[in-house]
Design a protein around this ligand. Structure first.
Ligand code: PRP
Ligand code: MN
Ligand code: MG
Length: 187
């Protein structure tokens, strides 16, 4: 497997649970946007897995755009400073936009991003986040679709990284204190 024995403490959400939940979220989105075309905006890099799986589970016609914003750098807690590393390639004016995120932690990234996207006059603007840490949220963000509420532990997998590693784990799990102390290593 693409991780080391002893790095993962507990599997919080299994591969199968993720697949089942994404199918259910896709059905909800399909019902809500019936007859319309969606513009999915994925937030690099964490959202790549949910973007890939959600977009293929939808029956609604979609186009995809990606933005890269950074609030964390390589640190493991939020600085509140958001920078655009890669902007959208085209206008979202008048479009039905669904922002796709892997996780809402403090909410700072999304809160900033929504303000930014709203100023570009989309026809509608909603958010889908596969994971949310309710105990960690410091700013209130309006999120239409949430996959799972999870405890406020340091988690990795399915897009979530520890200093860029562990994103490709098919599940979401906690990192052991040993793995955190040792620092990231090539998988
Ligand atoms: C992570 C995660 C969310 C954001 C959530 O991204 O993917 O985008 O942090 O944190 P917040 O709610 O406290 O703002 P990160 O900045 O680590 O970049 P990445 O997606 O490239 O890992
Ligand atoms: Mn991210
Ligand atoms: Mg990250």
């Amino acid at each position: 497997p693409p991780w080391h024995d002893g790095d993962i403490g507990e599997v919080l959400v299994s591969e199968e649970e993720i697949a089942t939940r994404i199918a259910a979220l896709a059905a909800q989105v399909d019902a809500d946007y019936a007859g319309r075309e969606l513009l999915l905006v994925g937030v690099l890099k964490g959202a790549v897995m949910v973007m890939a799986d959600l977009s293929r589970a939808l029956r609604t016609p979609v186009t995809m755009e990606f933005m890269a914003v950074s609030s964390y750098g390589s640190a493991s807690s939020s600085s509140g400073v958001v920078r655009i590393l890669k902007d959208l390639d085209r206008s979202i004016e008048g479009r039905d936009v669904l922002v796709v995120e892997d996780i809402i932690d403090s909410g700072l990234t999304l809160s900033w991003l929504l303000k930014n996207l709203r100023s570009r006059n989309p026809g509608s603007l909603e958010v889908l986040a596969l994971f949310r840490k309710p105990e960690a949220i410091t700013v209130d963000v309006d999120v239409r679709y949430v996959g799972f509420d999870i405890p406020s532990a340091f988690v990795v997998g399915y897009g979530l990284d520890y200093a860029e590693h562990y994103r490709t784990l098919p599940f979401v799990g906690t990192l052991t204190p040993e793995a955190i102390a040792r620092g990231p290593r090539p998988s």
